[in-house]
Design a protein around this ligand. Structure first.
Ligand SMILES: [Zn+2]
Length: 94
């Protein structure tokens, strides 16, 4: 039997039936791309938590902030942090 597609992120240590069958993922085990999908709202957020999203840019004399592309995205929730490349958010950021 293949595992179902993940549709939601559940609370940190959740062990409900859906987390066991793979329909949901406990926050503790969420991958970078699953967190990116949650930020994009392509996965449901069952955690009841806020996510702190930091977009990091590198600015130089020849590369001003305006028009530059983010270097990385850092998402923090409680003690857990995910760091990933902006393309996981489809590249379109403010
Ligand atoms: Zn669960």
């Amino acid at each position: 039997m293949s595992r179902p597609r993940v549709i939601a992120i559940d609370p940190f240590d959740c062990g409900c039936t859906e987390c066991i069958t793979g329909e949901y993922v406990p926050l503790r085990y969420a991958t970078d791309s699953q967190i990116a999908a949650l930020i994009r709202r392509d996965l449901r957020n069952h955690t009841g938590k806020e996510f702190d999203v930091t977009v990091r840019y590198i600015v130089t004399d020849t590369q001003p902030l305006r028009g530059s592309t983010p270097e990385e995205i850092v998402v923090t929730c409680g003690d857990r942090t995910w760091t990933f490349e902006p393309y996981l958010l489809s590249g379109s950021l403010p």
